[in-house]
Design a protein around this ligand. Structure first.
Ligand SMILES: Cc1cc2nc3c(=O)[nH]c(=O)nc-3n(C[C@H](O)[C@H](O)[C@H](O)COP(=O)(O)OP(=O)(O)OC[C@H]3O[C@@H](n4cnc5c(N)ncnc54)[C@H](O)[C@@H]3O)c2cc1C
Length: 485
């Protein structure tokens, strides 16, 4: 008697190495590798940049599976309907997946586990994408943490993460019933990439989605970029961070792999960075873990203020100012450079994300959810935990958030973190010829300096859309009313 096939359901874990669900599934008979493009009503649809990434990542995964003798079956629809049907039609004996942490996904997985078990299908789930799952770290009173530092201390006390699993050498392929095969789609059928207009050329230049691309990026980071990361990570003018975020978002690499590769590079002396650089890097991975901890305990993190006092805030709704921010035409060069980096490459440096978000929320007094939605649509790393947690951090409405009176000044921050204007000039080419002294405040430049640089303000580059003093005062007044309520 031949064994019933096992089904591996890929979700945010688009890799073959360190994939515990895959490991478990291959131990049981022939394998069906499945990806469902989720169309169910309660899932937040992916943004445009993340859809582009998904398309490329699925292509890479499908090729990697084929190279090992397997096949990736791609379907579109509601997993609650599709998965039990596939299990039935293909006589699946076992289903395995790696866990997710958004409220709707958890509910769906629970319901599926019950449905499949009742139909006589064994279901197994695993942790593939976090060092610690959200419920494994708790306060002494057995509650969730609200502050990062004690959270991370508690996480570190649990010791080293387990060693990552190797990729299977070979994959088997279960034969699919004809009815199912007829429904199989190609990645192209999903139509996830833009065509008219094709705005993705900057993304294609900047990134190599997929597991191999992720490993290459980690290798390059550990070989070169990590040296000086502790201080250097705040400098958008330098190549100073790993840029692993979209790879992590889609699970093309695991934090366990990152952790162990970094430790090994440090211990063997192969890494130019110091132990301090490695520890700082780990703590940034820790912020990602903390965001997932927050999301798990607050499933409405993307829609509701963590601090409910912020519900009383009366935000401005200035469409013209919002469009200027989105297009990188606010007149504040560091904000504009960041917003254009986002548009061109689908990614923005962390320090500039903070400055651009603060400008929108505080100087333009715009609801953080509006900015979160724009980032969700335009970031290749748009993440269900990191994005809302970070926006709430900047707004001051989040857990362990920046205090409301901390308003980033885009001029002084620009001068501090991009002192020679290298970053600004890269993304705001109309300011290329401007003297370093005025690169973060072109409106202060004397007529001669503007003329020499060939710039006419409001023709080549906008004058500031809002005076910083006015915006700051308005924000402080608005936020102060929340304190007194
Ligand atoms: C307003 C705003 C929105 C953001 N939205 C997202 C998002 O949608 N997706 C996303 O992955 N990150 C988001 N971040 C966090 C951070 O900016 C990015 O993770 C980081 O810039 C990614 O670059 P990197 O991979 O080179 O980071 P590195 O410095 O190399 O860090 C390594 C990894 O640690 C994690 N990490 C680093 N910084 C943070 C942080 N502050 N919070 C949580 N995790 C972190 C990321 O997974 C990152 O890939 C946001 C930050 C802000 C201020």
């Amino acid at each position: 008697m031949t064994a019933r096939p096992a089904l591996l359901w890929f979700r945010d874990d688009l890799r073959l190495s360190d994939n515990p669900a895959l490991r478990a599934a291959i131990e049981h008979g022939p394998l069906i590798c499945l990806y469902i493009f989720d169309m169910s009503a309660d899932r937040r649809p992916l943004g445009a940049a993340a859809s582009w990434w998904l398309s490329r990542s699925l292509t890479a995964l499908s090729e990697a599976i084929s190279a090992k003798g397997g096949e990736l079956l791609i379907l579109r629809g509601d997993p609650a309907e599709l998965l039990p049907r596939i299990a039935h039609e293909a006589d699946v004996g076992r289903v395995a997946w790696n866990r997710r942490y958004e409220g709707a996904a958890i509910e769906l997985d629970k319901a599926l586990k019950t449905m499949l078990s009742e139909a006589g299908v064994a279901v197994e789930s695993f942790n593939a994408n976090l060092l610690n799952e959200p419920w494994q770290i708790a306060t002494k009173a057995d509650g969730p943490f609200k502050v990062f530092t004690p959270y991370w201390r508690a996480a570190r006390e649990r010791g080293e993460p387990s060693a990552p699993l190797p990729a299977p050498r070979k994959l088997s392929k279960a034969s699919l019933p004809a009815a199912l095969r007829k429904q199989a789609l190609t990645v192209a059928d999903l139509a996830l990439e833009p065509t008219a207009p094709d705005w993705a050329s900057g993304l294609r230049e900047a990134w190599t989605p997929g597991e191999d691309g992720a490993q290459e990026r980690l290798g390059a980071f550990l070989d070169e970029t990590i040296a000086g990361y502790r201080e250097g990570r705040d400098r958008p003018d330098k190549l100073s961070t790993s840029r692993l975020s979209p790879h992590l978002r889609f699970g093309e690499i695991s934090p366990r792999q990152i952790w162990h590769a970094t430790q090994a590079a440090l211990e063997t002396g192969k890494m130019l960075g110091s132990a301090g650089d490695a520890e700082k890097f780990f703590s940034e991975i820790g912020w990602r873990e903390f965001s997932y901890h927050l999301l798990f305990h607050n499933p409405d993190l993307a829609t509701a203020n963590f601090n409910r006092r912020f519900d009383a805030m009366s935000w401005e709704k200035d469409e013209i100012a919002l469009a200027a921010w989105q297009k990188g035409r606010t007149g504040y060069p560091i904000v504009d450079a960041g917003m254009r980096q986002l548009w061109q490459t689908g990614w923005m440096h962390n320090r500039v994300r903070m400055i651009a978000a603060s400008f929108l929320i505080k100087h333009l007094l715009t609801d953080w959810r509006v900015g979160e939605a724009w980032f969700w649509d335009t970031l290749v790393d748009a993440d269900p935990a990191n994005n809302p947690a970070s926006w709430q951090w900047v707004a001051g409405s989040g857990a362990d958030a920046a205090p409301y009176f901390r308003i980033f000044n885009p001029v002084t921050h620009g001068e501090k973190f991009d002192p020679k204007g290298v970053y600004v000039r890269r993304f705001v080419p109309e300011l290329v010829g401007l003297d370093d002294k005025f690169i973060h405040r072109p409106w202060d430049a004397p007529a001669s300096a503007l003329k020499q640089a060939g710039i006419v303000l409001d023709r080549d580059y906008p004058k500031p859309i809002i005076a910083l003093d006015f915006g700051r005062r308005r924000a402080l007044d608005a936020f102060a009313t929340l304190r007194s309520e």
